[in-house]
Design a binder for this molecule. Structure first.
Ligand SMILES: [Zn+2]
Length: 196
């Protein structure tokens, strides 16, 4: 799995041009067909995705190139998931959030549970990314809970990204920086090239 830009044409140019690195070993990725089609539930309506698949010239592993609007193994757009996490940290109840976003309450509960379980990992990973992106980053004030600190770290890393690369949607940036694994159970990528 590698997270790429949401513009398919640009991904194609980068892939064919040998500009995309393997998320495991950072050797060059080459085109390797497509992954199966899937439907992503977005704020603007359902979107059909047929992500590119790529094969690494070094380790020969194959990877799905998932656009940054998505997260691995989640059917909803990352921006929608992000809104739910922000609302929950701000004190809004799960059912209300679900109603507002038009998503089943159990789905929202699942996102929040996983974010909560991984809060300390998320905080540590995103703070590490923030410092990689902005070595002059000042201290971050504790936000009052482990979950709020994790959300703050995502925001801090997003701002550091914008300072370095220009504007971007904070949750798309979060998808990229987590290698799509924000709400998975695995470790986050440890390589600082994740911020390049
Ligand atoms: Zn590789």
């Amino acid at each position: 799995m590698r997270i790429v830009c949401a513009e398919q044409a640009r991904v194609e140019v980068e892939l064919v041009g040998g500009l995309l690195g393997c998320p495991s070993c950072w050797e060059v990725l080459a085109p390797w067909g497509h992954a199966r089609e899937r439907v992503l539930r977005c704020r603007s309506g359902d979107r059909r995705l047929r992500p590119r698949r790529a094969r690494c010239r070094g380790c020969l592993g194959t990877h799905v190139l998932l656009p940054e609007i998505a997260l691995s193994r989640r059917q909803d757009e990352v921006a929608v998931i992000g809104v739910a996490i922000e609302a929950s940290v701000a004190g809004e109840g799960c059912r209300r959030i679900a109603g507002r976003l038009g998503v089943p309450a159990d789905t929202v509960r699942g996102w929040l549970r996983r974010f909560g379980e991984r809060a300390e990992l998320i905080r540590a990973h995103f703070m590490r990314c923030a410092v990689w992106l902005d070595p002059e980053l000042g201290p971050v004030v504790p936000a009052g809970s482990v979950i709020a600190d994790a959300l703050e770290a995502v925001a801090v890393a997003g701002r550091a990204w914008v300072l370095r690369f220009g504007s971007g949607d904070p949750w798309r940036i979060a998808s990229r920086l987590s290698g799509g694994a924000l709400l998975l159970q695995h470790e986050f990528p440890r390589d600082r090239r994740v911020v390049s």
